[in-house]
Design a protein around this ligand. Structure first.
Ligand SMILES: [Zn+2]
Length: 300
């Protein structure tokens, strides 16, 4: 069972906690920001942004090499593969036809069985293991100890200080000691944002399991996840707090979906970043205000 924001606020000291807003999506499985670098000057607030794209996920789980191995297996068992792809459909209400399908399967049973047992079992196990490894790495990116955001990873460059740019997202030395809360956005209605793709669903389940298992294995760890409605998270501008963002359009007036533009303060935003920033601030508000959402994010 998940705790509510107020429960978490009562259990840990949020000022000494890394709180990450996480926006799940189609192109990126997640984009997450934290409060590190948000100082006194609101126009200079910088977050560390961590993300994993869908193609990164497939790369991590070695999806391509699995497809190649599968094709190799099919080539090595070409007769059995042909037999299997020629199995007639069992979706029929015609009894004779259904009988015919069963007869076909039993007639070729040995070949079909051979196809699924020789090597394929091992292959499936390998794929499963690679996927679990990928999901664990992705979970670690939100906590500590990932390969991508480890300290000393030369791929992470410190961003220029004078411009508004996200901070380098690497793990800080004290990070592992601090509680970490992941504020997972959940889409409620239709449209593109509501269209949760399957890697996102797989990842959400993996994340909840990851937290459960770290709790079991390290009773002192303070990792939390909370799921918060994404209502209005990309429509309200994080800088001037008005509901006046719209899609950026290019020269030929085509909508650029990932970019938002605030009509009031004329700031351009990355849609996923804004959503994750807002999720984070909604969580902090709810934790301090008995789980009530801020006025401007309440469904009308
Ligand atoms: Zn604005």
């Amino acid at each position: 069972m998940l705790l509510t924001p107020a429960d978490i606020g009562a259990e840990i000291y949020l000022n000494n906690t890394t709180v990450r807003g996480l926006d799940p999506g189609l192109r990126d499985i997640f984009v997450a920001c934290d409060g590190v670098g948000t100082g006194a000057d609101p126009s200079r607030q910088r977050h560390r942004i961590r993300k994993t794209s869908t193609s990164e996920y497939y790369q991590l789980s070695e999806f391509k090499s699995a497809a190649i191995k599968r094709a190799k297996h099919d080539r090595a068992n070409v007769d059995a593969h042909r037999l299997i792809s020629n199995v007639p459909s069992t979706r029929t209400c015609n009894w004779d036809q259904f009988n015919e399908v069963l007869r076909y399967i039993f007639r070729n049973f040995e070949a079909i069985k051979g196809y699924y047992t020789t090597g394929l079992k091992k292959l499936k196990f390998h794929n499963y293991r690679n996927e679990q490894k990928a999901l664990t790495e992705m979970c670690k990116r939100l906590f500590t100890g990932s390969r991508k955001y480890q300290e000393g990873n030369p791929d992470i460059q410190q961003a220029h200080l004078k411009k508004w740019k996200p901070l380098a997202p690497r793990d800080h030395a004290s990070e592992a000691e601090r509680p970490i809360v992941i504020v997972f956005g959940s889409a409620r209605f239709g449209g593109l944002r509501g269209n949760v793709s399957s890697p996102t669903k797989i990842f959400r389940t993996a994340l909840l399991n990851y937290i459960k298992s770290t709790r079991r294995n390290q009773p002192n760890s303070r990792n939390y996840a909370v799921i918060i409605d994404e209502y209005f998270t990309s429509q309200i501008c994080p800088r001037c707090h008005t509901r006046s963002t719209s899609n950026q359009r290019d020269n030929s007036n085509m909508v650029i979906h990932p970019v938002l533009n605030c009509q009031t303060c004329n700031t351009r935003w990355n849609r996923d970043y804004t959503a994750s920033l807002k999720l984070r601030s909604i969580f902090l508000y709810m934790a301090a205000n008995e789980n009530n959402r801020p006025e401007e994010f309440q469904p009308k």
